[in-house]
Write a protein that binds this ligand. Structure first.
Ligand code: SF4
Ligand code: ZN
Length: 317
């Protein structure tokens, strides 16, 4: 049996193609924690005084991040926020109970909210309204905009210094490539870990797992014996087609050239640095004339208000 390349004692059970090395399960788990810690330090994502609002979906990535974060940060300074989208067959009571059980076990307070409570509509209802109005938008687009709004609103409500999400390397590189294909350089810059927040209405967002492959979070969750939500959201197949295509292309690239995703992320982090620094000279984002939240340059209503305006219904707030 081959020995672990790190401890040289235990039997290797996993091969990391991006580093060309084989590890035992113990060294693998330590490596994941080490790389998350390194990423937090590299970009000064938060320090020990900061209060963190962690988005916990109930999927594997959010449980892995929670498991690592409580070792790196005082659990009494972490609050978990779970957002129930309101999708038939996907948001089940037992999943919410599991999130509560896990967070309680780590000594982390949790807040459970739903899109219905926040805006007056479940995601299913929004999708139905959109279909009726002939709006050709993927459910994931509505879902993403509304969840981001809820996360930021609650971060302000609980006086959090940072919002923390469990995006992994695969998610990050997909987003980078999508923004490149769309030629959206501003969005590409704003996604950089050193980008400033361009409005006082925003709570700074950080993604400590952005350097960890999705297969690595899956393996970590498996070794830890986590049970997590495996039911897929039924809207997953209606996901924006560009993201789905990019995901497949990137998987193929990674198969042929192990470590490709990691190298793309490293290049992105380095290449954009100068232009990211210039963002600090930009004026604050304008505010939405309807709700007073921030919106993009050149716009007078925000994406959230736009969704409900287009659907022809009033949102709760
Ligand atoms: Fe939301 Fe799309 Fe994910 Fe479903 S698949 S939870 S609609 S982002
Ligand atoms: Zn608005």
């Amino acid at each position: 049996m081959a020995k672990c390349d790190v401890c040289n004692v235990r039997e290797a059970v996993v091969y990391q193609p991006h580093y060309s090395r084989k590890l035992c399960s113990g060294c693998f788990m330590e490596d994941i924690k080490f790389r998350i810690k390194k990423q937090i330090e590299k970009y000064n994502m938060f320090d020990k005084r900061h209060k963190l609002l962690l988005g916990v979906s109930g999927g594997k990535d959010s449980f892995v991040l929670l498991d690592v974060l409580v070792e790196l940060h005082d659990p009494s300074k972490i609050i978990a926020l779970t957002i129930i989208e309101g999708v038939e067959g996907y948001n089940r009571d037992e999943e919410v109970e599991r999130v509560k059980r896990y967070t309680r076990g780590y000594g982390v307070d949790s807040i459970i909210v739903s899109l219905k409570e926040e805006f007056g509509y479940r995601l299913d209802e929004i999708v139905r309204l959109a279909l009726k109005s002939g709006i050709d938008e993927s459910p994931c687009t509505f879902c993403g905009v509304l969840r981001r709004r809820v996360l930021n609103t609650y971060a302000r409500m609980v006086n959090a210094d940072r919002t923390v999400t469990a995006h992994n390397l695969d998610d990050e590189v997909q987003t980078i490539v999508i923004n490149m294909i769309r030629g959206d350089y501003q969005r590409l810059l704003r996604g950089h870990p050193l980008a400033p927040k361009l409005s006082e209405r925003f709570v700074h967002k950080v993604k400590p797992m952005r350097e960890i492959y999705e297969w690595e979070t899956a393996l970590y969750a498996y070794i830890k014996g986590f049970t997590f939500q495996e039911t897929e959201c039924p809207y997953i197949n209606l996901r924006p087609t560009l993201r789905a295509k990019i995901r497949d292309i990137l998987y193929g690239l990674e198969r042929n050239s192990p470590g490709a995703l990691y190298r793309i992320l490293m290049e992105y982090d380095e290449m954009l640095l100068d232009d990211v620094k210039k963002l600090y000279d930009r004026p604050s984002l304008p505010t939405c004339r309807l709700c007073g939240e921030a919106t993009s340059y050149g716009r007078d209503i925000c994406k959230t208000c736009e969704i409900f305006e287009n659907l022809g219904v009033k949102m709760l707030r």
